[in-house]
Design a protein around this ligand. Structure first.
Ligand code: PCA
Length: 178
């Protein structure tokens, strides 16, 4: 009897642990502070999102702006482009699933674990983070301007157009995906 109780308490603790599991996400585009989708990360209805640090990708990647809506994409083409700058957040399961909805993972962006370099006072640390990449992209995207640090209001003039302002019947995925 006591043994069963112990097992049951252990099982409950395990379930609790899974429920409260957090994930690190590296954001490089519209989810960053002062960018048009940052509110997704701070909306309490979406779960929790806590800023941890600024970081850069350990590998180089092309960060481009594509589609007629000026959407930023990190192209999954390691070695091309720059060590891209962004922000690392700790998010819970609920927030991660909300971000997946925004990015339409795995249909559009694909979320993958990647190495992110974080600078602390006296040293650098590498942390494994989820990153939303564009895979199976149209190769001509590689000839677009490649950024190191995205901002919707940058001097490129390619201001992001929010989803709520787009034609809901317009399937623009083929502009960037094969
Ligand atoms: N949002 C995600 C991927 C691209 C975008 O605009 C991000 O900021 O990382």
């Amino acid at each position: 009897m006591i043994l069963l109780e112990v097992i049951s308490i252990r099982a409950n603790t395990f379930v609790q642990l899974i429920r409260t599991m957090t994930h690190k996400v590296f954001v490089y585009g519209t989810l960053k502070r002062n960018e048009p989708n940052h509110h997704w990360l701070t909306n309490p209805d979406h779960g929790s999102g806590k800023f941890l640090a600024e970081g850069t990708t350990k590998s180089k990647y092309p960060l481009i702006i594509g589609t007629k809506y000026n959407i930023p994409f990190l192209l999954h083409s390691p070695g091309d482009g720059h060590h891209v700058r962004g922000e690392v957040y700790e998010v819970d399961d609920t927030m991660l699933s909300k971000l997946d909805i925004l990015e339409d993972h795995p249909n559009y962006y694909v979320r993958e674990i990647d190495d992110i370099v974080i600078k602390l006072d006296s040293h650098e640390e590498i942390v494994k983070c989820w990153v939303y990449f564009l895979k199976n992209f149209r190769p001509e995207l590689l000839s677009k301007q490649q950024f190191e640090n995205y901002s919707s209001s940058g001097s490129h003039g390619l201001r992001y157009l929010e989803r709520s302002k787009r034609d809901p019947n317009d399937n623009y995925y083929p502009q960037v995906k094969k």
